[in-house]
Each structure stands twice: as C-alpha cells, then as structure tokens.
Ligand binder design. Structure first.
Ligand SMILES: NC(=O)C1=CN([C@@H]2O[C@H](COP(=O)(O)OP(=O)(O)OC[C@H]3O[C@@H](n4cnc5c(N)ncnc54)[C@H](O)[C@@H]3O)[C@@H](O)[C@H]2O)[C@@H](O)CC1
Ligand SMILES: [K+]
Length: 495
C-alpha cells in the first residue's frame, strides 16, 4: 500500500543530501513521477491523521516555501475532502512556490481550500508542520521562530511532515524554537539527524513512510549508519556454553573509586558481574575496600596505592574498565598512566575521570572504548557542548579518528563510532534517572568485551541493553530511577 507507515524503523540510515541526490532516480526506477511522490507523501500524512483523529478535530497546516509545503497542501486538500475543518497558514508567501509545490497549492485553492494569516491557535486541535523539511539550511527566520514559539506553547497536537522545522536532518542540530513535534512522519529513508541528541526528542514518535520507493532508493546509494534493532542486538550477546566455568567467561578489572567515590566503583563492577563476567576484580582507593565488598562478596576488591600493585592485577585480567569515580588527583593519574602504559594487550573501557584526565594529555590509544557524555566529548576535543550537540555525527567521528578508539557518545540516540562503522542506538534514554547510570554502562561494556564480543559490538549491545533496561525499569515518565534498578533487567536481557 502506498500510504503505509509504521513505527518499526529500518536499520539503514542516510543523510538528507543522499535523499536530495537520489530520490528522483529512485522514483524514476519505481515508475513514479515527482508529483505523484509528493502526492503520496501528503496522502500518507492525511491518512495517518484520519486514523488517529476524527473529522471533528480542526486542523491548521503551517506552510513554507519549498516542497515540504507542497506535501502540506496535499494534506490540507485531502483532509478537506474527508470533511475536516482545515486551513493553511502560509509562513512564506505562496507566490514564491515553484513546481509541484505550486501545483499542489493551486489544487488546494481550486478545491475551495482557504489560507489564513495569524490564525488563533486555540481554535485548532492539530497543527501540521509543512514549513521546512530536508531543505533547511540555516537557523529559522525570526518571524517563523516567533510563530513556532507560540505553537510549541499551545495545547495542540503537533505533527511534523518529514522533519520538524528547525531540526537539521543532517547534523541533528536543533535551532531555536524548532517545531516540537508529538509525531513526525518521515519519508522514503531514515535521515541520520532525526535519530540522535535533542533532535530525536524533538521528533516525538517517529513514523516511517517508505512511499513504496525505498527499495529503489537503497539500490542507489549506501547507508552512512546503522540504527540498531532488538533482534540484531540480541544476536550479538555472548553465548555461554553449558559446560563452561568462570575462567571461560573473562576477567574484568575495574579501576575506579577515588576517596569517597566507592559507589561508582561498586556500580561499574557489579554491572560487570551481572552481565555475565566470570571474575571481576576492583582496584580502588584503600579506604573504599569495605564499602565496595559489602553485600557483593563475589567481587575481589583491592586497595591499591602503587603502580606495581596495579600491574600485578592487570596481569590477571583480560579487560580493564577505568574511570568511574576515579577523581583527577595524582593517584588517579598514576592509575591511568599505568593502565595505558601496560605492555600487554588489554581491552580497555575509559569512562568519566579517565576521559577528563585523557583530555589533559591527549594521545592516540590502542584497544580502547571511550564512553563520553557530551561534556566529556567537548573536553576531549577542546570544544564546547554546544558545538558537540550541533553536530554529534561529525564529532563522534572526529573523536574516533583522533584517539584511534571506538567511541560511544552518550545522549538520546547514543552514537557508536569505530574506524569504519557508525551505529545509532535505538533503545530508550535515561534522562529521568539519577546518577550512576554511566558507571553501570561502562561495567556492561567491559563485561561484553571480556566475553569475546568485539569493541564496536560491545558498545552497541551495551548501549542498547542499558537503554532498554532503563525503559523497562522505570514506569513511563517517572523520575527517580536508580542505576542499581537496572541490574535485574540487564541480567534478564543478557542471560
Ligand atoms: N519532489 C520532491 O523532491 C519531494 C519532496 N518531498 C518533500 O520536500 C521536502 C524537501 O523539499 P525542499 O528541498 O524544497 O526543501 P524544504 O521544503 O525543506 O525547504 C526548502 C526551502 O526553504 C529555504 N530555506 C531553508 N532553510 C531556511 C531557513 N532557515 N529560513 C528560510 N528559508 C529557508 C530553502 O532555500 C528552500 O527554498 C522533503 O523534506 C519532503 O517533505 C516529498 O514531497 C517527496 C517528494
Ligand atoms: K516539516
């Protein structure tokens, strides 16, 4: 069916530039004209609205000056035909419309459709955003931003066509007053910029409508990233043979917990245990030993003050997780330089203060997974959080390249980047959780590495399981999720 849509998203992810370049060829190969394609796009949105809201709901479509507006005029025409009270509020003068968008405007007028200026929003139930789609190339002009500020504050259902206006579908940058959608219906192929960072939340529920040309599009160009899905992530979990024992399931050494920071070390090391590691050792500040061991007697906890003591522990482990609650004092620096300088191959997860210390002395790494949040990423790149969030995709690639590591950039739609691969995480975010969530994630990734999963896949599966566990452990929208609440869910997912 041409107006098919679903919240089941494909795994292949593209840039908006690829859509601009190849969608005409894909349409041609599918025997569809560009005008028919615009018609399908608009019809799909109209159909979606009919499926979700009856014709008593009053609809206003905000239109812009490009083809996204053309889709909007199709929506308005079709909904009118179905008996909805629908108006269009052009935010760009309609006489500037060209080509198919101008044709769709004419059809709307000919069918008796009306345009209004300065509509009073409280009269409407549904606002459809047809201002900008993949053609957005700068911040929103002030008059449009002012209208969108009012729309975002109004008690209306907000539905975006293809891309919420003000969201850059390439970089995931969210410009001021971008349309804050409850639902976004995006066409033909997934655009990377809708899937990560604040842009992801700005889309609300994301629906995919292939317009029956997606297969032809996939044949035109290669995806730039992969959106992970449940089945592929579950397939990549480590398999533990029934006849195996603890020594076959890896040995993680968690180097964590400066003075007064026992909790971070405990969360990371318990997470490593709960994710199936055979043995977990902890190297920590001597004062923390008792606190970390309490109630988790499976952990082997060592108070460590010298490089020699740490080296002795490194010899026994196959994976090191370093950073949670480490601090940045001399002891912490010594721990990190001992781990990074250790002569034998050890896979390493660097998190939290290990990243902050690394940022002070940037160096190329070997066998490392880095797990920065945007602020840590900004420090590692000597940049700012604003710059990182303005282009998460470019920044995670820059980090992976300059540090020669697998990098996991946290936030909604966590990004995982290795030299040749970019993956976007699809499971929930933990925006409503309290502290310690990152410590758990580093422990999970360490455990997966220790059980033989590759660095890229460990980061992907770790991010997926962690997000899903946060989703499952918290009831919808409730605050106060504890990092330790994740343990039983992680176990159930990985086990
Ligand atoms: N025929 C086609 O190419 C199809 C296009 N489709 C729709 O068309 C959209 C893409 O259309 P366009 O490429 O025309 O792009 P848009 O409709 O997104 O807007 C582009 C226009 O806005 C201007 N613009 C961009 N950013 C601006 C800003 N911040 N302030 C002021 N003006 C700005 C551009 O210079 C251009 O004139 C898609 O997102 C999709 O909704 C669909 O109908 C499918 C078929
Ligand atoms: K839009």
């Amino acid at each position: 069916m041409d107006s098919h849509y679903s919240t089941n998203l494909p795994q292949l992810v593209f840039t908006p530039q690829q859509l601009q370049q190849y969608e005409a060829a894909a349409a041609k190969h599918s025997g569809v004209s560009m005008q028919e394609l615009m018609h399908r796009a608009g019809s799909t949105v109209a159909h979606w609205i009919q499926q979700h809201y009856d014709e008593k709901k009053r609809v206003i479509v905000l239109s812009g000056g490009g083809n996204n507006a053309g889709d909007g005029f199709v929506v308005a025409t079709e909904l009118r035909q179905q008996g909805y009270d629908v108006k269009v509020w052009p935010l760009v003068a309609v006489h500037t419309l060209k080509g198919d968008a101008a044709t769709m405007y004419e059809r709307f007028k000919q069918s008796g459709g009306e345009c209004v200026q300065d509509a009073s929003l409280h009269h409407y139930h549904i606002v459809v955003d047809a201002i900008f789609g993949i053609g957005l190339n700068r911040a929103l002009p002030e008059p449009i931003a002012d209208v969108l500020a009012k729309v975002n504050a109004a008690k209306v259902m907000r539905i975006a066509i293809d891309v919420p206006s003000g969201v850059d579908a390439h970089s995931a940058q969210v410009h001021n007053n971008a349309f804050n959608a409850h639902h976004t219906l995006t066409f033909i192929a997934l655009k990377q910029g809708l899937l990560s960072g604040r842009a992801k939340t700005q889309c609300g529920h994301l629906w995919f409508a292939p317009l029956a040309i997606e297969q032809a599009f996939y044949r035109q160009c290669s995806a730039v990233a992969c959106l992970n899905d449940h089945a592929s992530m579950m397939r990549k979990r480590p398999v533990r043979d029934q006849g195996s024992h603890k020594n076959n399931a890896g040995h993680v050494l968690v180097v964590a917990g400066g003075l007064g920071m026992a909790g971070a070390a405990r969360l990371a090391s318990e997470a490593a245990l709960r994710t199936g590691t055979g043995l977990v050792s902890v190297a920590t500040h001597p004062d923390n030993v008792q606190t970390i061991s309490q109630g988790c007697y499976e952990l082997m906890v060592h108070g460590v003050t010298t490089a020699q003591q740490l080296t002795a522990l490194l010899e026994k482990a196959n994976v090191v997780v370093i950073g949670p609650g480490l601090g940045q004092c001399q002891w912490a620096q010594q721990m990190l330089s001992t781990v990074l300088g250790y002569e034998h191959k050890r896979l390493k997860v660097l998190d939290a203060d290990a990243l902050n210390l690394l940022a002070q002395h940037p160096q190329r790494l070997t066998d490392c997974v880095l797990t920065p949040h945007p602020k840590e990423a900004a420090r590692l790149l000597q940049s700012s959080v604003t710059e990182v969030e303005a282009n998460r995709f470019a920044k995670v690639q820059e980090l992976a390249r300059s540090y020669q590591a697998t990098v996991l950039l946290k936030g909604p739609g966590t990004l995982i980047c290795s030299a040749d691969k970019l993956t976007i995480n699809s499971s929930g975010s933990n925006a409503l959780a309290s502290g310690g969530m990152g410590d758990v994630l580093s422990g999970i990734i360490g455990a997966l590495l220790a059980q033989g999963v590759s660095p890229h896949d460990s980061a992907c599966v770790g991010a997926y399981v962690h997000g899903l566990a946060a989703q499952q452990a918290s009831s919808e929208g409730s605050k106060g999720l504890l990092a330790s609440d994740l343990f039983p869910v992680v176990r159930a997912l990985i086990g």
